[in-house]
Design a protein around this ligand. Structure first.
Ligand SMILES: Nc1ncnc2c1ncn2[C@@H]1O[C@H](COP(=O)(O)OP(=O)(O)OP(=O)(O)O)[C@@H](O)[C@H]1O
Length: 811
């Protein structure tokens, strides 16, 4: 009986064994096929194939639907044990990697995951609390490639991982999202609660179908898993879903010897190769951001662009009601400019200039937005650009903000008039493109606590709050968002309107203080957060280098330029570094004779770089003083004289010069060449000239003085000058002089009593605090800087920042 029963049990075991071998053979055959081996025909060939696979499996088994974990002996044969994995089951061991056999198992399994799956199709997150990450040490290159996470070692990280995995499941099940499979490899879990274990079990249940798979060490009984149980000297392999090895769920009826770990050097070399393969798969080129066909999208409900590649495929960011404005942070060299170019070209390629208008402001020394403007080498431009500022002044920034605030008001009036409440409705009646204003290094705009900064803050706040309702969006980019004095009290109310945060390497303040996701980013990577920077809303993206050498960007600009509307002009460009020449100013070219001539002195720092001039009408005091030792004073005076000569060809020009002999000579030649009367005098002749101009019968004369401070006038002579200044304009006699010191100028015009006698001044390198005694408090904020001047007109009560003309010598 006993023998009979034993016989029966043994027979059953044998039969089970046979079935298991059959299944393993089938799996092995599949494995062998993908490994490129022969079809198994007979036992000898099988032996050979199994041997080959055993060797191959530790290297590249090439199909992560199966993972090789060990082998078992059957008769004289040693048969590999493969377990179903990708797309069908989890893999679970009952003890964690503190048991060296499990640690070895993991080292064999992880490379199989990558070699057996398409590059880019997996994201692997790992946990190793007991070993502080040691279980994953050989896989460092894969961590660097961004496909394997740095090992999580604590409870918080573990819970965050469960959050991530649950979000992944939800996005697959609810939104039908596609993309890489998320594999959680838990080498050893940190202490965790029952609730955490239940979450893991729920993940195990829903996971495979929802693109989440587990390799969990130190667990038992997780749903949908092949359970490996470690025994003394062998392991048992359970069945897993679909009864891989047995008909009755009892698992593989064999004692399995788990594979030893591959050689560590081989492992590291393999990890490097795999990392390179994954990097290639993740690489995204600038061409991937650009649609094949230009300008096919409509901006009614918002703007969208692919800006790079996220974990689940293309990363699409939007300007819409949910994310109307973006805040972008990153250190110098962190890729901010490249990221902005990616965004802007991506948008410009999708939306036509009727749908999208761009205002681009750069406050740093650099060339960020010159891409969008015509140059000598490439006369094309991006037809969407409405204004481009390169090395902008704060005053220019304010001018752009004012323009957009004005546009917002115009749209609001148009909407009221049309009886509509939404911008999308207005668009059906009127061509109103969405506007994107990009400000790079925006903190400069708010530097200081002066009038300009205060106005900038007020305008920004207005645009931030109301812009979205009128299709006006902003991207503010900076190395730093903290420490901007002018924004202290407004920070929350303004940046609260910027839910979209993009943190590039070295971003220190666009994310919440508790959100450290940007640490460790490399150039070309960014954290995108659509919840104002708070933790748990991060997405990692990679964005391409717009200047990747492919020429795509240039080609795209040319294509867009060729499709621009007939006759559309290039954008007005403000180039803060550029020297302004009188000869290049279209206003100068168009001057003709007039009774109220204007002395041209430079270009205004405004949206269109309008010509800066003082009009010399017949009112008392209509004269021009150029003040400051900066030699640019002579250039401005020469330009003023040349422009006047074109408007007053019948007047006389009397030059008295203590400085700049060559420039004076050139200017005289230019004026005389136009048939205008010119006389040249030395500065010592000034008293005689004043005598002459005091004669009330003398009319139509300009006294042009270079270095008038050198004249040292006595009291009688200053009185004569004062009389000319007061009464001269009525008979078209005007004085234009360059004084190198304010003191001499003030003395020459009779001190404080003569203040009103010269109504117009161009101030160069004299600081505001020295000017206030003569010009009042309104000039106190003036800070001299190269290539800038302050134009004051007392009568018009204006103080205007200008780029004064410069002479050819400064080239
Ligand atoms: N996605 C990318 N892929 C590869 N290289 C990149 C990428 N983004 C930026 N780079 C490299 O980094 C350099 C610096 O980038 P970028 O000029 O955008 O930095 P930035 O933050 O604007 O710096 P700065 O403020 O100094 O201008 C680029 O010249 C380029 O070589």
């Amino acid at each position: 009986m006993v023998t009979g029963r034993l016989r029966k049990v043994l027979d059953e075991a044998g039969a089970r064994h046979q079935r298991a071998v059959g299944r393993v053979q089938a799996a092995s055959a599949a494995l062998d096929q993908v490994a490129g081996g022969a079809v198994i025909a007979d036992p000898a060939a099988y032996e050979a194939a199994a041997g080959r696979m055993a060797a191959a499996a530790t290297r590249i088994p090439a199909d992560a639907r199966y993972l090789r974990i060990g082998e078992f002996a059957y008769g004289s044969r040693r048969t590999p044990v493969v377990v179903p994995f990708l797309g069908s089951a989890h893999l679970v061991t009952d003890v964690d990697t503190r048991d060296p056999r499990v640690a070895d198992l993991l080292k064999g399994v992880i490379p199989q995951l990558f070699t057996g799956a398409d590059p880019g199709s997996l994201r692997v997150r790992c946990v190793d609390a007991a070993g502080l990450g040691a279980a994953f040490a050989p896989f460092r290159p894969l961590v660097d490639a961004g496909v394997l996470s740095a090992p999580i070692t604590d409870q918080n990280g573990f819970r965050a991982l469960l959050d991530t995995a649950e979000a992944h499941v939800r996005s697959r099940l609810q939104d039908g999202a596609e993309g890489p499979t998320l594999v959680l490899v838990i080498a050893s879990a940190p202490p965790h609660s029952k609730a955490d274990a239940e979450r893991l079990d729920a993940l195990a249940r829903s996971g495979v179908a929802a693109g989440v798979q587990l390799i969990a060490c130190g667990f038992s009984g997780l749903a949908g898993a092949v359970q490996v149980s470690i025994r003394e000297g062998y392991a048992e392999v359970g069945d897993g879903p679909g009864a891989a090895y047995s008909a009755d769920g009892s698992g593989l009826a064999a004692r399995v010897t788990l594979d030893p770990a591959p050689d560590i050097d081989d492992l590291i070399a393999l990890a490097s190769q795999l990392a390179a393969r994954e990097r290639d798969a993740l690489r995204i080129g600038f061409a991937d951001l650009v649609p094949a066909e230009l300008w096919t999208e409509r901006a009614d409900e918002g703007l969208r662009a692919i800006v790079g590649r996220g974990e689940n495929g293309p990363a699409v960011l939007s300007f819409d009601d949910a994310t109307p404005h973006w805040l972008v942070g990153g250190r110098t060299g962190g890729g901010k400019t490249v990221f902005l170019l990616d965004v802007l070209y991506g948008l410009a390629a999708r939306y036509s200039p009727e749908e999208l208008a761009l205002y681009l402001l750069d406050f740093k020394e650099g060339v960020s937005f010159t891409e969008f403007t015509p140059s000598e080498l490439d006369p094309t431009w991006i037809p969407h650009a409405r204004a481009v500022g390169v090395e902008s002044d704060r005053e220019y920034g304010v001018a752009v903000l004012r323009e957009l605030a004005g546009e917002m008001t115009r749209r609001s009036v148009a909407m009221k008039r049309a009886g509509v409440t939404r911008y999308a409705q207005l668009r059906r009646l009127k061509q109103v493109p969405r506007v994107v204003l990009v400000v790079d290094e925006f903190h400069v705009l708010f530097q200081g606590n002066d009038k300009v900064a205060r106005e900038a803050v007020a305008l920004l706040e207005d645009l931030a709050r109301k812009g979205r309702s009128y299709g006006i969006h902003m991207v503010l980019a900076s190395q730093t968002v903290s420490g901007i004095e002018a924004l202290y009290t407004k920070k929350d109310s303004i940046f609260g309107q910027f839910p979209m945060r993009v943190a590039l390497p070295g971003a220190n303040s666009v994310l919440d203080v508790l959100n450290t996701a940007a640490a460790g980013l490399r150039v070309g990577e960014a954290i995108v957060n659509t919840a104002g920077g708070i933790r748990d809303h991060n997405g990692l993206i990679r964005f391409p280098n717009a200047h990747d050498g492919s020429g795509t960007l240039d080609e795209l600009r040319h294509r867009m330029w060729e499709r621009r509307a007939q006759g559309s002009p290039p954008p007005p460009v403000f180039a803060g570094y550029a020297e302004q020449r009188l000869a290049d100013d279209p206003t100068f070219a168009s001057l003709t004779e007039t009774t109220v001539p204007r002395a041209l002195v430079g270009r205004t720092v405004d949206l269109t770089s309008s010509t800066a001039a003082v009009s010399l009408d017949s009112g008392p005091g209509r004269h021009l003083a150029i003040l400051g030792a900066d030699p640019r004073g002579a250039d401005i005076l020469a330009a003023a004289a040349q422009s006047l000569a074109r408007q007053s060809p019948r007047a006389r020009f009397l030059f008295a010069a203590a400085t700049s002999p060559e420039l004076v000579e050139e200017t005289i030649l230019d004026i005389a060449g136009r048939g205008v009367t010119v006389a040249r005098h030395r500065i010592g002749d000034l008293p005689a000239l004043l005598d002459e101009l005091s004669d009330e019968d003398v009319t139509d004369t300009y006294l042009i003085g270079f270095g008038l401070d050198a004249a040292t006038l006595d009291r009688a002579q200053t009185q004569k000058l004062s009389a000319i200044l007061r009464r001269g304009p009525a008979r078209r006699v005007h004085v234009l002089g360059w004084w190198r010191t304010l003191r001499r100028f003030a003395d020459d015009i009779g001190g404080s009593s003569g203040r009103e006698d010269v109504a117009c001044a161009v101030v160069l390198n004299i600081p505001g605090n020295e000017l206030t005694s003569h010009f009042g408090q309104s000039v106190a904020d003036w800070q001299p800087r190269p290539n800038r001047a302050l134009l004051i007109d007392r009568h018009a009560d204006t103080r205007t920042l200008i780029l004064p003309y410069s002479g050819e010598d400064d080239l």
